[in-house]
Design a protein around this ligand. Sequence first.
Ligand code: AMP
Ligand code: MG
Length: 320
Amino acid sequence: MLVLGIESTAHTFGVGITDGKSILANEKDTYKPKRGGIIPREAAEHHYKLAPEIINSALSKAGIKLKDIDIFAFSQGPGIYAPLKVSFQIAKFLSKKYNKKVIGVNHCIAHLEIARKETGFEDPVMLYVSGGNTQIITFADGYYRVFGETQDIGVGNLLDKFGRDMSISFPAGPEIEKYALKGKKYIPLPYSIKGMDVSLSGIQTFISKIKDKYSIEDLSFSLQETVFSMLVEASERALAYTEKESFVITGGVAANKRLNEMGKIMSESRGAKFKSIPMEYAGDNGAMIAYTAYLMRDEPDRDYLPKPIFRTDSVKINYR
Ligand code: AMP
Ligand code: MG
């Protein structure tokens, strides 16, 4: 069985192909706004424009033709409506044309499933950190349950907003990581954690007011140390409470070495195993959509529509 998955919830247009065992192709391209944040219409135009080329290069990497595909999958949400509907329209069109099944995949769950596949951990506590999302999740009783989450913006968003303040281009995470390595002085920032939830937008407001007094290196270092500590602290609570034996970090911000180092130290000090998602699958990608649709292959046919708001814990998981 071959599944082609298309991702388009925000900045990235990605196409992945899987046979359920291996990822046969994972091609993508990311829209980068000239300045400021994502402009939905521009992101959608980027995706439409590049779609034929990216689909073709995924097919040739996998050495197959469109007619060989058994399921066409798309990222159903959550996401920004204009780019979100690109993957929906393409998957719907292809499924009609070739008379094949179509499956809509929850984008957050796709980040979790590709992490379980790539780390080999069956049942971990997962910290899912990306541009728009920040959640601490584990599976219980048919659903991915959210134990803790951001009460306002996602951690990637916080990093990107700080980046904009400092004239770093989007996505700012990798640049901030480099500056942070050269930081020497820790500047105390608001540490806002309530139970297992975190609040991040106050840190952004605070840092934008003090930024002229410090170097970009010290600001980056302090921002990373503060925010990642909050996330790892909340994750530790989830591990302690659920007594699960492994911890995984997934999503775009999982590319960050310092965050992974903290996750590893915390896990090992509790006797839990730790792994982070491989770089290739950290940010948004089509492979995770294809692979999750493969897991969902026995779901009855349904009329899937794009869902800009689509919570991780609203999806009944029938394959576990
Ligand atoms: P996603 O939405 O899952 O594609 O993740 C994109 C987010 O990951 C953006 O906000 C990036 O700034 C962030 N990101 C990417 N690489 C890194 C990194 N090395 N450290 C921190 N954040 C990162
Ligand atoms: Mg994502």
